[in-house]
Design a protein around this ligand. Structure first.
Ligand code: NAP
Length: 260
């Protein structure tokens, strides 16, 4: 299936690692141009180099997305490099464990700044360009918004808000032909996930316990599987899909827990 991404331009936040890296690489493999936005220049450059070596088009901008001015800079960089924006993939975020007991009002607000505010800020600054191209937005959320996790109020609030904003923006942007959707991962093996599991007392035991509860094939979702759904949603092949929250999680969030 030709997704028709040739000549199109996409911003991918956190596009150098994990899920974002897989999205950046798939967009480029489909003929689109990528602007990676992330806080590590070295990580960004590594992924740009890999995409270019494979014959794709990519550039990067170093940005701490918790800073609104950096979000403005990301949009400017995409327009300067490519002249337009056809899609925004809001992906950067981290489960930072700011809980009720172990957190503080200041840490809670910081978590929102790092996990939520930039989703709004980038959509805000990119909007004139998305209107010009009838582009679209895909947000990456988390199952935590639906299931809770404990000890992660800031992240859960951010991801819950992202689900709400998906519907809100889908409605606000109807007149402009801009679609807005969210993809929900649950358990995906990425650098972030690896760091988290290795912080636990017995990582191997915990990993086995988690994968045993993933209904479909008892395995982690891959970043590429999240990217496949994300890029399909970005493409014109999803031309009548908007305001949707799609779970790419092997049934982890919703299927009957009594199944073995
Ligand atoms: P990852 O491996 O850490 O990759 C995320 C990338 O984004 C990293 O390069 C990271 O930089 C960058 N980044 C994060 N916050 C940033 C910020 N405020 N400013 C600039 N760059 C930032 O993470 P991932 O596992 O692929 O997660 C991607 C998305 O999926 C997140 O929104 C996460 O909440 C969601 N998700 C993941 C899972 C999972 O199982 N992996 C499950 C549910 C939801 P650094 O490396 O410097 O931090």
């Amino acid at each position: 299936m030709d997704l028709g991404l040739q000549g199109k331009v996409f911003i991918v936040t956190g596009g150098a690692k994990g899920i974002g890296e897989a999205i950046s690489k798939l967009i480029a493999a489909e003929g689109g141009s990528v602007m990676i936005a992330g806080r590590s220049q070295a990580d960004n450059q590594k992924t740009v180099d890999a995409i270019v070596a494979a014959g794709g088009k990519a550039a990067a901008v170093t940005a701490e997305l918790g800073n609104p001015d950096d979000c403005k800079k990301v949009v400017a960089a995409a327009v300067e490099s490519y002249g337009k924006i056809d899609g925004l993939i809001n992906n950067a975020g981290a489960n930072d464990g700011v809980g009720l007991e172990n957190g503080s009002p200041e840490k809670f607000m910081q978590s929102l700044q790092h996990n939520l505010s930039h989703y709004y800020n980038l959509a805000h600054y990119a909007l004139p360009y998305l209107k010009a191209t009838k582009g679209n937005i895909v947000n990456i959320g988390s199952k935590v918004a639906t299931t809770g996790q404990g000890n992660t109020s800031g992240y859960a609030a951010s991801k819950g808000a992202i689900n709400a904003l998906t519907r809100e923006w889908a409605v606000e942007l109807l007149p402009f032909g801009i679609r807005v959707n969210t993809v929900i991962p649950a358990e995906v093996w990425t650098p972030l996930y690896e760091t988290w599991i290795n912080s636990l007392p017995d990582p191997a035991e915990k990993l086995a316990a988690i994968t045993s509860k993933i209904p479909f094939e008892k395995r982690m979702t891959t970043s590429e599987e999240i990217a496949n759904t994300t890029v399909f949603l970005l493409s014109g092949r999803s031309s009548h899909t908007t305001g949707q929250i799609l779970y790419v999680d092997g049934g982890y969030t919703h299927l009957d827990r009594s199944i073995s």
